[in-house]
Design a protein around this ligand. Structure first.
Ligand code: MG
Length: 370
């Protein structure tokens, strides 16, 4: 039986090495919410809600997540008994939506559970791999010279797949230049819902560039994506559209996509991410693990998740050094030849939060007690 005796929220900042731009938002300084929980015996778990300042990606912001965690989720779980993550999720179930906020607290519970049992979260989830393969994702870079320089840099580091953000006006020309320079590199694009169904003919132009997939092409529903998928040779991958395992099941039933991006923060936590994995795996649908510019705690959770057998496409879980000069965990999360080690032999998430670094970057704290 577990019971959270103390819980706290820590808004923590970090700055991206390279400023990032997609069709939906631009960012440089990040503010994520760390969740620390402690049970009656003094065991500790850490989670991270990788929140954004603006509501342009999936609606939540750092401010809304702070509010939901402080005023609803903490009062629902602190002091209440639970034994499994399913039971903890049931305590949180009255809160609808707000998946990023929920994922931060749920992640802390997985970490606590793993540490209490001396098992890694990867092990608790059913992970089978000792290392995962990762590609890299680049924001919109209108300057081709700069874009080529970044692609060269990360290919030299051994990453095996290139993902580019695209937007109307910064799409086919960019792909033409990138394909001319890198004819055989595994390449995919992410539109972050920048197009509409009336752009179908234009999107057919993407087919000539031999893309692994086009991610989230439309600002439209699953039916519109199903129609577009029938018109394209390039597989569609859905990301923002899928906020639960049930959404993924519906999208596959409709034929809205042929690939699924699994992001635990978007889906509300690791439990729902594993359910999504299981649905896709049963249908032979390839999946990959997405990222949210995660700090080390959420990045470690992604490593655990991506160690499940259905993650057959290299994901976005690059080493921390691609994003930050200094991360908040030790050992650091690094990639070698595009591969990252899954910390299966260490309990919990397996990468220790460094309290001094967290304290130095903390903007505000909220504490709750049973
Ligand atoms: Mg995406």
């Amino acid at each position: 039986m577990m019971r959270i005796a103390r819980a706290s929220l820590h808004e923590v900042t970090n700055v991206l090495v390279d400023p990032f731009r997609s069709s939906s938002h631009a960012t440089r300084e990040l503010q994520h919410i760390l969740v620390r929980i402690e049970d009656e015996g003094g065991a500790i778990g850490w989670g991270e809600a990788p929140t954004m300042r603006d509501p342009f990606y999936i609606g939540e912001t750092t401010e809304t997540a702070w509010h939901i965690l402080r005023d609803f989720l903490f009062p629902m779980v602190v002091g209440r008994p639970w034994e499994t993550i399913e039971q903890l999720a049931a305590l949180m179930a009255p809160v609808k939506g707000n998946t990023v906020a929920r994922s931060g607290l749920e992640m802390a519970a997985w970490d606590l559970l793993g540490r209490s049992q001396g098992r890694s979260v990867a092990d608790l989830l059913g992970g089978t791999r000792d290392e995962i393969h990762s590609g890299f994702a680049l924001g919109i870079e209108p300057d081709s010279g700069r874009l080529f320089e970044l692609i060269d840099r990360y290919l030299d580091q051994g990453y095996r797949r290139v993902k580019l953000k695209v937007a109307p006006g910064l799409d086919l020309d960019v792909l033409e230049r990138v394909r001319a320079r890198f004819p055989s590199v595994p390449l995919m694009v992410d539109a972050n819902a920048a197009y509409s169904p009336s752009d179908t003919d234009h999107l057919r132009g993407f087919d000539q560039y031999d893309l692994m997939m086009i991610e989230e092409p439309l600002d439209a529903d699953l039916f519109a994506h199903a129609e577009l998928q029938r018109a394209l040779r390039t597989p569609i991958c859905l990301d923002e559209s899928l906020r639960s395992a049930g959404d993924a099941r519906g999208a596959l039933r409709l034929g809205s996509c042929r690939v699924v991006s699994v992001k635990l923060a978007r889906l509300g936590g690791l439990l729902e991410a594993v359910r999504t994995h299981d649905i896709c795996r049963a249908q032979g649908i390839p999946i990959w693990c997405g990222g949210m510019h995660d700090f080390g705690i959420a990045r470690a959770a992604n490593l655990a998740l991506a160690s499940l057998p259905g993650f057959t496409i290299p994901g976005d879980v690059s080493g921390s050094d691609k994003y930050f000069e200094e991360d908040i965990v030790d050992p650091p999360i690094t990639a070698h030849g595009g591969a990252l080690a899954v910390p299966r032999s260490r309990p919990g998430l397996g990468h220790e939060p460094v309290l001094e670094r967290i304290a130095r970057r903390t903007v505000r704290i909220h504490e709750a007690r049973a």
